[in-house]
Design a protein around this ligand. Structure first.
Ligand code: ARE
Ligand code: CA
Length: 476
C-alpha cells in the first residue's frame, strides 16, 4: 500500500535516526508540526541485542517484539504517536522481520535472553523450527540464496511458515493499534514477495482514534536495493507497496558532485530508471549509505559535504518526483559508532541553538534552514507541475512549480546571472535559502518578479549555498 496517509497540506518525512521517543514527541510539537513536516521515520522499536560497544547497528538484531529499546519503552512510544498525530505528524516504524539476532546476541534491551546459535528466541517465542536452514548469502545473482540464506549471519526467519506470519502480523498490528501510519520494511529484498503479500494482507486498518480516516491502510515502503545487475528487481515489490529508490540517492549524488551535468536532470524521474513516483521513497542519503553500508557508493552526499548536500536536498524537495525523506543524523567519524550518549549506554537528548540547529553531537539536517524551508516550499507548490525549465547548457538550472514556486541552482565554477522566467505573479519574494521571511521582511536575498514573470537571478559561485528558492508563501 503506497498512500502515505499524510495530513493534507504537509509533505516531507524525516528519519530521526536513533532519537528517543520523548525527544521525537517534543520535536513534533516544537518544530516538525509548525514547519509543515508530514512524518517521521523512527529507528527500530522492538527489543534488540545489546552489543558491548553499543554500535548503531545493534538495533537491526531483533531479540523479541517487546517495545523496549534505547529509544524508550512502549508507554513512551504510545505517547509519542499520540502527540505527533495530534500536531499532524505521522510516525513510520522501521520494522525488521527478515531475521533475528546473529550469534553473540544473547540478551536484549528489554531483558529477554536468546540463544542465536540454537535459533532460540524465547521472548517471541521462536525456535529453530521457524528459521530457514543455515547458509550464507554470498551471491546476489541467486534469488533463492538472497531470500533463504542469512544476511551477514543474521538468523533467517521463514516467512512462509504460518506461525512466523502470525507473529509478524501481531507485531505490526500492535504498532497500528498504537497509532503508526506505516512501516519501512527492512531487508524486504531478502523475503519472498508472496510471503510479504500474506503478511501485509493481515494488517488492520489504521487506528481512527489517532485521526486516520476509516479504512486507511498502512503506508509500506520496502527496503529493496536494486541498482541493476542482480537477480532481484524492485518491480517484484512495487505491486505490494513503495520501495526505497536507491538509484535516486546514487544519481543525485553524482549530479551534485559534478560527475553528471545538472542540465541532464531535465527529465528526472522514471527516465533515470526510478520506480513510479508514488512507489519511490527518495532520499539523498540514508543511515546505511551515509557511512558506507548498503548501496550507493562513494558518490553519496552527506552532511559532511554541506554545500552540495543542501543543493541536492533542495532539488529533491523542489521536484515533484517521489516521496522525499530527509536524513537526520548524529555526527560520526567511525562507521560503527552509535548515537551520542550520557554514559556510553543511554542515548543523550539533542540540544538546540538559537538558529534552530542542534548541538550535542546531533547534526539535525532537518533543522538546517535550507532544508526545512524547502519542505515549506514543497507544501506551498502542492501538486503544481514542473514548468519553465531552464539551463545554461551545463550546471546552471532553474524551474518553476506551476505559478507557485521557482528554484535555481548553480554548480558551475562561475556566477549565474540571468533574466529567467519564474512563472510567479509580479512582486518581491524572499529567497528561502539565504534567509527566511519574517513578517514583511526577509533575512536573506530578495527577488523581484516583473509583470511578465521574469526576474533577474543572481547566484554567485562562491556563495555559501548554490541554490535560490522563492514561492508564493514567501512573497513580501
Ligand atoms: C553487523 C556487523 C556484521 C555482522 C552482523 C551479524 O556489521 O559484520 O556479521 O552484525 O553479527 C545493519 C548493518 C550491518 C550489521 C547489521 C546487524 O549495516 O553491518 O551487521 O545491521 O547488526 C544489504 C541488504 C540490505 C541491508 C544492507 C546493509 O540487502 O537489506 O545490506 N540494509 C538493511 C539495514 C541495515 C541493516 C540490515 C539491513 C540488517 O538498512 O542497517 O544492517 O537488518 C549490494 C546489494 C544490497 C546489499 C549491499 C551490501 O548493493 O544489492 O542488497 O545490501 O550490497 O551488502
Ligand atoms: Ca530471508
Amino acid at each position: 500500500q503506497f498512500d502515505t496517509n499524510y495530513a493534507s497540506g504537509r509533505s516531507g518525512m524525516v528519519h530521526l535516526f536513533e532519537w528517543k521517543w520523548d525527544d521525537i514527541a517534543a520535536e513534533c510539537e516544537n518544530f516538525l508540526g509548525p514547519n509543515g513536516f508530514a512524518g517521521v521515520q523512527v529507528s527500530p522499536v522492538n527489543e534488540n541485542a545489546v552489543k558491548d560497544s553499543r554500535p548503531w547497528w545493534e538495533r537491526y538484531q531483533p531479540i523479541s517484539y517487546k517495545l523496549v529499546t534505547r529509544s524508550g519503552n512502549e508507554e513512551q512510544f504510545a505517547s509519542m504517536t499520540r502527540r505527533c498525530n495530534a500536531v499532524g505528524v505521522r510516525i513510520y516504524v522501521d520494522v525488521i522481520f527478515n531475521h533475528m539476532a546473529a550469534n553473540g546476541g544473547t540478551y536484549g534491551t528489554g531483558g529477554s535472553t536468546a540463544s542465536p546459535s540454537s535459533k532460540s528466541y524465547p521472548g517471541v517465542p521462536y525456535s529453530s523450527l521457524d528459521f530457514n536452514p543455515t547458509c550464507a548469502i554470498s551471491n546476489y545473482n541467486d534469488a533463492n540464496q538472497v531470500r533463504n540464506c542469512e544476511l551477514v549471519g543474521l538468523r533467517d526467519l521463514n516467512q512462509g511458515n504460518s506461525y512466523v506470519q502470525e507473529k509478524i502480523a501481531e507485531f505490526l498490528n500492535h504498532l497500528i493499534d498504537l497509532g503508526v501510519a506505516g512501516f519501512r520494511v527492512d531487508a524486504a529484498k531478502h523475503m519472498w514477495p508472496a510471503d510479504l503479500g500474506v503478511i501485509y494482507g493481515r494488517l488492520k486498518n489504521l487506528n481512527t482514534d489517532h485521526g486516520f480516516s476509516s479504512g486507511s491502510k498502512a503506508y509500506i515502503v520496502q527496503e529493496v536495493i536494486d541498482m541493476g545487475g542482480e537477480a532481484i528487481s524492485k518491480s517484484e515489490y512495487t505491486g505490494l507497496g513503495a520501495i526505497t529508490e536507491f538509484r535516486h540517492s546514487d544519481s543525485i549524488g553524482k549530479a551534485f558532485r559534478g560527475k553528471d551535468q545538472l542540465r541532464y536532470l531535465s527529465n528526472w524521474g522514471t527516465a533515470w530508471g526510478f520506480a513510479a513516483s508514488d512507489r519511490s521513497l527518495v532520499f539523498v542519503d540514508n543511515h546505511d549509505n551515509q557511512r558506507g553500508h548498503g548501496a550507493g557508493g562513494a558518490d553519496v552526499l552527506t552532511y559532511k559535504v554541506p554545500k552540495q548536500y543542501k543543493m541536492a536536498s533542495a532539488f529533491m524537495l523542489a521536484h515533484s518526483f517521489g516521496t522525499p525523506r530527509v536524513m537526520s543524523s548524529f555526527s560520526f567519524s567511525d562507521t560503527d559508532q552509535g548515537p551520542p550518549t550520557t554514559d556510553g549506554h543511554n542515548i543523550a537528548s539533542p540540544s538546540f541553538n538559537s538558529d534552530n540547529s542542534c548541538s550535542g553531537g546531533w547534526v539535525c539536517e532537518h533543522r538546517w534552514r535550507q532544508i526545512y524551508n524547502m519542505v515549506a516550499f514543497r507544501n506551498a507548490v502542492g501538486s503544481d507541475a514542473i514548468q519553465n525549465w531552464w539551463d545554461n547548457g551545463s550546471n546552471q538550472i532553474a524551474f518553476s512549480r506551476g505559478s507557485r514556486g521557482f528554484v535555481a541552482f548553480n554548480n558551475d565554477n562561475y556566477d549565474l546571472n540571468s533574466s529567467l522566467q519564474t512563472g510567479l505573479p509580479a512582486g518581491t519574494y524572499c529567497d528561502v535559502i539565504s534567509g527566511t521571511k519574517n513578517g514583511s521582511s526577509c533575512t536573506g536575498k530578495t527577488v523581484t518578479v516583473g509583470s511578465d514573470g521574469r526576474a533577474s537571478i543572481y547566484l554567485g559561485n562562491s556563495e555559501d549555498d548554490g541554490v535560490l528558492a522563492i514561492h508564493v508563501n514567501a512573497k513580501l
